[in-house]
Design a protein around this ligand. Structure first.
Ligand code: SF4
Length: 240
């Protein structure tokens, strides 16, 4: 796992971040997002994997008329489901945005030539580092803050996520407006607002990553049990 840190000063002090996290802890996601878009306008990126959480955040920014304040991007690993790429195109059209495709240094074929075929099946940590973490690190150098759709109830590792954090790995302020939201609150928002979402969510995929590393889950399974099934891995390394 890549635990390298970016040596750059944060745009806010650790004390400011802790104070803000406390003061915004009970705020609605829209208010937390609005704060981030005001404070970091033009210097903030929104990470989108085209799962319901991320598109809900895009919808909130659009509803507030603030989409121009943020750069929407996705990690284009080259290994997403066709439905995910189709959702990308639908979201782009619906909101009138052009999500930035952040690509790895190596194509899937080049990675296979250098590391052997199906690296994800043998060393998913290395594969995630090459196709997600390193491209993200390069891309985020141009920003002061990033916004994510992670929620506390998704995994035990995310249970202590603050709504605003110091992300020392990337040298950024990290904003998690949905941290407190439950799955029901999320889907209530998505359905009420008619947010376009990945159809795989309706086919047993509560959590959607790259196609080789994601399977559908049963009704009694943990929502993220379908990610890296067969490995102890639970995170791609972006939110460590
Ligand atoms: S999720 Fe799987 S295929 Fe995608 S980058 Fe990570 S290991 Fe590779």
């Amino acid at each position: 796992m890549d635990d390298a840190r970016t040596e750059r000063p944060l745009a806010l002090s650790e004390q400011e971040i802790a104070t803000l996290a406390r003061s915004l802890e009970e705020a609605a996601p829209q208010a937390i997002l609005a704060w981030a878009l005001d404070r970091f306008a033009g210097r903030v990126a929104l990470a989108c994997s085209f799962q319901a959480e991320d598109v809900a955040l895009i919808d909130m920014a659009a509803a507030a008329g603030r989409l121009t304040a943020v750069t929407v991007f996705y990690l284009d690993t080259g290994l997403h489901f066709p439905e995910t790429y189709a959702t990308c195109r639908r979201v782009a059209e619906y909101y009138g945005i052009e999500p930035v495709a952040v690509k790895p240094a190596l194509t899937v074929d080049e990675q296979a030539a250098r590391y052997g075929p199906d690296l994800w099946a043998r060393d998913p940590d290395l594969c995630c580092r090459l196709r997600k973490v390193e491209p993200l690190r390069r891309f985020l150098r141009g920003f002061d803050a990033w916004i994510t759709g992670i929620r506390r109830e998704q995994t035990p590792q995310r249970a202590r996520t603050a709504v605003i954090e110091a992300d020392r790995r990337f040298g950024l302020v990290k904003v998690n407006p949905l941290a407190r939201w439950t799955r029901n609150q999320l889907w209530d928002y998505v359905l009420r607002r008619g947010v376009p979402y990945n159809p795989l969510h309706d086919r047993g995929y509560p959590s959607i990553g790259c196609a080789p590393c994601t399977r559908p889950v049963g009704p009694d399974e943990d929502p993220r049990a379908g990610r890296w099934a067969g490995f102890t891995k639970t995170e791609c390394g972006l939110h460590a």
